[in-house]
Design a protein around this ligand. Structure first.
Ligand SMILES: NC(=O)c1ccc[n+]([C@@H]2O[C@H](COP(=O)([O-])OP(=O)(O)OC[C@H]3O[C@@H](n4cnc5c(N)ncnc54)[C@H](O)[C@@H]3O)[C@@H](O)[C@H]2O)c1
Length: 415
């Protein structure tokens, strides 16, 4: 019998549910505990785990109690961005005092709302010697990893390393109020989703099996942000109706569109570029992830909405709004793509399999909190670039204390 890892999930929202579903494809782990401040949603995630037979978790209201549970060997941290640091502090205090014994911690993106926060998360986790993983699912998405492997094996080995990655994540807007609030989330769509595109770009431009930080040296960042849709009066009113007065895009909008171009120097000494585009103003069938990697004689492309399966529903059928066909679904009629296994396709299953194996074997995950910190630096450089309308040199700019105007409520689109 192989050893098994007992996983405790902190947070019981959207992503906690995705992780729970993904554990169906992870052999050596059980979801043994879930903690969160909403007893009903904690119960919901526990029930889901039992129903799909990925564990028989105990529900907790306090993360400290959860990590003291001897069944919990590792933590998956999925609380919202504004409570990330306090949650990590609590866990680290329990481990440091010997009241809890853990093998590892895996933390959702983005690592922090600022470079200072992300650096503190990393320092805290390392201060108690915990193995750590950064939960960036897109670099584990099977379509992305297989295409990456093939273009490097067949294309780059013959014609030279790739020079341009293009990554995008777009949907029609997040599901909880705190995402829309600059102070709580740390920004708008740039912070929320460019973290994926930056890391996917780094992954694609790096040879398989090589640590990204060993192959790519970040050089500069140039970015643009705008609020294209949700600051329009009719749409900001929709947000207020849906989420309450604290989400007021007339008074304090966040960006719903971001573009960021990162220049790197690669291991061959060549200049290479990663372009990222993210938006909460995309209205298509649902969430769309796209990836491209271009080299001297080859290219790869992935589009999550080019699904193998589709359904067609005629105008005679008016279905209830749902998210059963694709994440962030925008329609229930016409020709619609369906993803039969979203947790697999978006990379959560392979991500969690990798984290579990790394924690059990005591080997450093390929995606760790150092990657999360670097991504946060690129995101903050992107905000600074967009605010000041200039290219940011990553080597000479200290971003430690930088807080984007979007996060302080002082940003207006187009100004
Ligand atoms: N990898 C991805 O693609 C992806 C997708 C969605 C979210 N995320 C990340 O996961 C994290 C959670 O996002 P979500 O979509 O699950 O959010 P959510 O709003 O759906 O759920 C958040 C959960 O945290 C709990 N919570 C709220 N405030 C809390 C507090 N003060 N203390 C303890 N628990 C609290 C809520 O009760 C809820 O259970 C965020 O950091 C987000 O960026 C990642």
């Amino acid at each position: 019998m192989s050893e098994r890892l007992g996983v405790g999930i902190v947070g019981s929202g959207f992503i906690a549910e995705f992780h729970t579903r993904s554990f169906r494809g992870v052999r050596d782990a059980d979801v043994v505990a879930v903690s969160g401040r909403n007893a009903e949603t904690v119960r919901g995630v526990c029930d889901l785990a039992r129903k799909i037979q990925v564990g028989d978790p105990t529900g907790y209201s306090d993360v400290r109690d959860m990590v003291r549970d001897p069944a919990v060997d590792a933590v998956w941290l999925t609380t919202p961005n504004h409570v990330r640091l306090e949650t990590v502090r609590a866990i680290v205090e329990e481990v440091g005092s010997g009241r809890a014994s853990l093998r590892g911690i895996a933390i959702e993106k983005p690592l922090g709302r600022t470079v200072a926060e992300a650096a503190e998360v990393l320092a805290l986790v390392e201060s108690v010697g915990l193995s750590h993983g950064y939960l960036e699912n897109q670099v584990f998405a099977p379509g992305v990893t297989r295409a990456h492997e093939l273009v490097w094996a067949r294309g780059a080995s013959a014609a030279g390393a790739p020079y341009l990655a293009r990554c995008a994540e777009e949907h029609s807007g997040p599901h909880s109020a705190w995402f829309w609030q600059g102070d709580k989330q740390g920004g708008g769509v740039l912070n929320d989703m460019m973290c994926h595109s930056v890391e996917a770009g780094r992954f694609l431009l790096t040879p398989p099996g090589v640590r990204k930080s060993e192959w790519l040296t970040p050089v500069s960042v140039d970015a643009t942000i705008a609020c294209l849709k949700w600051a329009r009066p009719a749409y900001s009113e929709q947000l207020r109706e849906r989420f309450g007065p604290e989400v007021d895009y007339q008074r304090a909008p966040s960006e719903d569109y971001a573009r960021s171009t990162v220049v790197y120097r690669n291991g061959d000494g060549d200049e290479v570029v990663s372009e990222g585009t993210t938006s909460w103003s995309y209205v298509g069938a649902g969430l769309r992830l796209t990836f491209e990697l271009l080299g001297p004689e080859y290219a790869m492309a992935v589009n999550s909405l080019d699904t193998e399966a589709k359904v067609f529903l005629s105008r005679e059928i008016s279905g209830k709004p749902g998210e059963d066909l694709v994440e962030k679904q925008n329609a229930e009629g016409g020709l619609m793509p369906i993803l039969s296994d979203e947790a697999g396709a978006y990379g959560y299953t392979e991500e969690n399999r990798h984290m579990v194996t790394s924690f059990l074997q005591g080997t450093p995950p390929a995606e760790d909190l150092h990657d999360g910190l670097l991504v946060t630096k690129v995101l903050m450089a992107s905000y600074l670039s967009a605010q000041e309308g200039r290219r940011i040199d990553l080597d000479s700019t200290d971003l430690t204390d930088f807080v984007p105007d979007v996060a302080t409520g002082n940003w207006r689109s187009g100004r």
